[in-house]
Design a protein around this ligand. Structure first.
Ligand code: ZN
Length: 177
């Protein structure tokens, strides 16, 4: 891992810096079969959802599947548009559907997967900053952690115990007070 230049403050070594981020408590698994049954179920549903993504421009198909406290499943996939800023990520399609169709029901866990067009194999994909912010908003609102299941770069399945793990130093409503 390389050093990063921070302007007048000089260089930092990322290996020294990263462990200070709130990353303890992650669960990682080599194989999808090693996941707990609920996570596995959500990964399969997210995979199904990715198949039907509308992604003619990026050709990057993303699927999200979340489960609510009453065990209702909600899915989402990315929806693109020729006017690019109109595009919507799979995670937010699922989160907004859950919030609008199942008001007040807490989200327990969400899986997000992605594959490139015409490729069956899943590729590592982690949510964009905007989706992390939205996840965190709903997590704060429901006052219960939302677990996030992802395939990370090292081809490892990772369960983040809370959306807050994906967005350290976040902007939240306390900033407004
Ligand atoms: Zn996103």
């Amino acid at each position: 891992m390389s050093n990063f230049f921070l302007g007048r403050r000089g260089f930092i070594n990322l290996e020294e810096y990263l462990p200070s981020l709130p990353m303890k408590g992650l669960l990682t698994f080599e194989q999808i079969e090693d996941l707990d049954s609920e996570s596995k179920y959500l990964v399969h549903k997210a995979k199904d959802a990715a198949q039907y993504a509308y992604a003619p421009y990026s050709k990057f198909h993303v699927g999200a599947a979340l489960i609510l406290e009453n065990d209702i499943l909600v899915i989402g996939n990315n929806q693109e548009n020729v006017a690019y800023p109109m595009c919507m990520c799979a995670e937010r399609v699922a989160l907004y559907t859950a919030a609008s169709s199942h008001q007040g029901k807490k989200i327990k866990k969400m899986a997000v997967v992605a594959h490139k067009k015409n490729q069956k194999e899943l590729t590592a994909a982690t949510p964009c900053g905007g989706c992390r912010q939205v996840m965190l908003e709903y997590e704060t609102l429901q006052n219960t952690p939302i677990q996030i299941v992802l395939l990370t770069k090292e081809s490892k399945w990772t369960i983040f115990p809370s959306a807050s793990f994906l967005l350290p130093f976040s902007f939240n409503k306390e900033n407004l007070i």
